[in-house]
Design a protein around this ligand. Structure first.
Ligand code: FE2
Ligand code: FE2
Length: 312
């Protein structure tokens, strides 16, 4: 078989890191930042709690950002789930249009330094517009999110608000990550191009469906229209298929329960040069529940040793 052109994949599962020669410093100095896509309900949260420690080690991840707008029963976030995610190894949390579904999260948004609201929400809305968090290798990383305007609720202009946030972030923090929470791929692509060279990554969330367009733009910004969902894939974007079908066919309202089966983590890993803030690699990551179960089983099985061999 002839070799594939550069950048092509041999199989759907062969998610090799796309590398671009922006950095001359070598990959060992790069900062690895993971964005976990919208965590949906208890199934999504539980898999993150079970898998993140191993995933961090396996991929040598320096910083984990997670979108948790759907973590509480499929909509919103509670202080308890916030604390569980942070304890499991999430360093920073972004949200989206469901941010205020649980009122009790307001205090967390106002007091905790590692969670942000969409920066183009009104100034009176609880939460900070951007934050900085320290990666495992000591590097500071600025994180902010914005809501799109196409097919979304009316919000302030994401473009001018992005400019404003970037002015506020200190110049000595070149690593900057934007979670662009939006519906339309066209709007997301435009944000990637608009901020190319000014942020390390523009990664989309909200649709719960990962796109296969991960790339590094000419200015050094890693881009993907949508990172996808962390939750049950046997579903309609995380919700029970029968419930959604019933309401769609009959127009009768029903509560869309979070589905349960085929739970996966959908995430994207970005490698960033810490001196320039430019991305040097981007890769989609999917972790299936079955993988986590296999790992847990292997970890709980004691290693077999032979006393005779040891004696020799
Ligand atoms: Fe959303
Ligand atoms: Fe969502």
């Amino acid at each position: 078989m002839p070799p594939l052109p550069a950048g092509c994949r041999e199989t759907a599962d062969d998610f090799r890191l796309i590398r671009f020669p922006h950095s001359q410093r070598g990959l060992d100095t790069a900062v690895k930042v993971l964005l976990i896509g919208d965590i949906v309900g208890k199934p999504g949260k539980k898999l993150v709690l079970r898998a993140l420690r191993e995933l961090r080690m396996r991929e040598q991840i320096d910083l984990v950002v997670a979108n948790a707008e759907n973590a509480a029963g499929g909509s919103g976030l509670t202080p308890k789930i916030y604390r569980e995610l942070i304890a499991a190894g999430v360093d920073c949390i972004t949200m989206g249009d469901h941010i205020y579904r649980r009122r009790e999260i307001d205090e967390v948004l106002q007091t905790e330094p590692n969670i942000v609201k969409p920066a183009n929400f009104p100034d009176q809305a609880p939460g900070r517009n951007w934050t900085t968090v320290t990666a495992a290798n000591g590097r500071e990383v600025a994180v902010f999110s914005l809501l799109g305007r196409l097919f979304m609720r009316p919000v302030d202009c994401p473009w001018t608000r992005a400019d404003q946030v970037l002015k506020e972030i200190p110049d000595d923090v070149p690593i900057r990550l934007l979670d662009f929470h939006a519906e339309a791929t066209s709007e997301k692509q435009l944000m990637g191009r608009y901020l190319d060279g000014r942020v390390s990554a523009v990664l989309g969330t909200h649709t719960h469906v990962a796109t296969a367009d991960e790339t590094i733009l000419p200015g050094g910004t890693a881009f993907q229209s949508d990172v996808g969902m962390t939750g049950p894939f046997y579903s309609i974007i995380g919700r029970d298929i029968q419930r959604v079908t019933y309401t769609t066919l009959t127009f009768r309202p029903t509560f869309f329960q979070v589905a349960k089966e085929d739970v996966r983590i959908g995430a994207t890993l970005v490698e960033i040069d810490p001196e320039t803030g430019r991305a040097t690699g981007i890769r989609r990551i999917v972790v299936r529940q079955s993988e986590v179960e296999a790992f847990e089983q292997a970890e709980s099985t004691p290693a077999l040793t032979s006393p005779k061999q040891d004696a020799v």
